[in-house]
Design a protein around this ligand. Sequence first.
Ligand code: NAD
Length: 443
Amino acid sequence: MKITIFGSGYVGLVTGACFADVGNEVLCVDTDEKKIDRLKEGEIPIYEPGLQELVTDNSRKGRLRFTSDSAEGVAFGLFQFIAVGTPPGEDGSADLRHVLAVADTIGQKMDDYKIIVDKSTVPVGTAELVSKRLLSALGERGLSIDYDVVSNPEFLKEGDAIADFMKPDRVVVGVDNPRTKELLRTLYAPFNRSHDRFIAMDIRSAELTKYAANAMLATKISFMNEIANIAERVGADVEAIRLGIGSDSRIGFSFIYPGLGYGGSCFPKDVQALERTSHQHGYDARILQAVEAVNYEQKFSIVKKIKQHFKNELSGKTIALWGLAFKPNTDDMREAPSRRVLEELLSSEAKVRAYDPVAMGEARSIYGKREGLALVETSESALRGADALVIVTEWMVFRSPDFEMIKQELSTPIIFDGRNIYDPDLMEQLGFIYYSIGRMPKG
Ligand code: NAD
């Protein structure tokens, strides 16, 4: 099949590469010409495991191409996927500017029947808005061309995006035309072989499904952080509690890891956008508000402990920070807890030496030359002369470090672990002062 994808970011590029890999012809369109030039040269602008190989292979075979020419994109595919960003607007609601710009482009340039598939995360009612924009653009051209608008939210996770797309838990499609539903079923058939994962529903429900999923996962995280905060105050161990509740199959182990709160390009904005949607429809979404409030506070939790330890005297102190990406296996720093931790430390006049295995380029583009902040090339050099180490992202490579080396490099052996990746008893044996989340300090 012929597929056009608008937006070559984390979702668009993965979607394009995966559709090409199962034999479709895919044209990826992006307004960012530099990004398209890099992609044409075989360079992947983001870090996503396995994506480089998939893009290179399918580009070489001619099934995956890139352009910044939107007219070429509209002319190419029967399926016109919209996978552009939907960042939060000023009031927290989703900013649909890019989605609607694509709808206008398609309406201004289409000459035959198209299926417009909305893969971006968008509020309920967006498919109707897209449809109106198409109709009006066609009207201005004095044309009446048939089209369908479909909602097909994406559930992939950065860091595991290709596996998630190739072997999805489900493919949700909101569609009101039975023929289009069958075409989408065929399009997704290669990813739907072991059992039927194709879930078709009405368009509004599909749009809301994506927000419901992200809000549920964010709720689990905030819930567990709340339990961690309670555990700390009553002298209990949240890691024992995690085992105790996760083993209940109704609860499960995923998304109940206490830490520094959720970040990234999806949970924060999607929880906020759903709350705004509820508000606009006269409903006060109190659980969502609480999820957000707990998350906001949680990002400060480790800095509070640092300040407490140093008796609010951070001026002249140097803190080594491991982990800048919002989670392991990505270079994405959008809404990353590290950014809040960094800002808090810098505004308390501490110096920070920060390291991340893949997000250094992203960090340099965000911070440039920032007073008090050194972005360093190795985890070891981050430690040099620092008064304490803070773990912000739970990269695998931080899980079993050379603790003797850490002790030698730090001027005082103190670890603030925002992800509970070390065993408090071991830390005590090794002579560290060790703070973590939801467990009593050791050392
Ligand atoms: P992104 O910012 O990485 O990429 C968006 C791309 O769209 C950019 O390259 C931008 O240049 C391009 N773009 C903007 N306007 C355009 C236009 N008019 N025509 C063509 N290209 C245009 O965004 P992302 O992380 O891939 O997210 C895209 C959507 O998917 C969002 O709605 C997001 O909420 C949703 N989503 C993201 C994830 C994720 O893990 N990142 C997962 C599921 C869903």
